[in-house]
Design a protein around this ligand. Structure first.
Ligand code: FE2
Ligand code: FE2
Length: 144
């Protein structure tokens, strides 16, 4: 499948952050928007550079920023004595395993992860923001 077909088959292969995704907590929202930026850079490299020359680098950036973001959210949950801390942290661990696995697979078989990257964002990471983090945001804002 050519890159052009991929683009034509869906409305857009890129990820659009909208206000509806806002948690209402400035740090969390800024981190999420930053992750959308990295996701779009990764998607652009996968679709537009046939050599995928910096895909590995962008994946490392995604791993680092996502890991940092999860740590910041976990610190926030602990400070707020958030009752859902343990299960939410476990969700973060599962997501980190997924993103580390994408990187591992890319390093072993470059060029074969485009659909998996899209699935990770659309079915796992963005739904985490919309469900788990939205619930966390509501709880923190209600307590303030
Ligand atoms: Fe988050
Ligand atoms: Fe989270």
């Amino acid at each position: 499948m050519s890159n052009l077909q991929t683009i034509n088959e869906s409305e857009t292969p890129y990820y659009t952050w909208t206000e509806a995704m806002a948690i209402g907590h400035p740090m969390i929202d800024e981190d999420h928007r930053h992750i959308f930026d990295i996701a779009n850079r990764l998607q652009a490299e996968l679709l537009e550079d046939p050599e995928h020359s910096i895909v590995g680098e962008v994946l490392v950036e995604l791993i680092e920023h996502t890991g940092g973001h999860f740590a910041r959210e976990e610190a926030l949950m602990q400070a707020a004595k958030y009752p859902g801390y343990a299960v939410h942290k476990h969700e973060h661990e599962v997501l980190m395993e997924m993103v580390n696995d994408l990187h591992h697979r890319f390093m072993n078989r470059p060029g074969n992860i485009t659909a998996d990257v899209a699935e990770f964002f659309r079915k796992s990471l963005i739904p985490h923001f919309m469900n788990w983090d939205m619930k966390l945001g509501r709880s923190i804002l209600a307590a303030e």
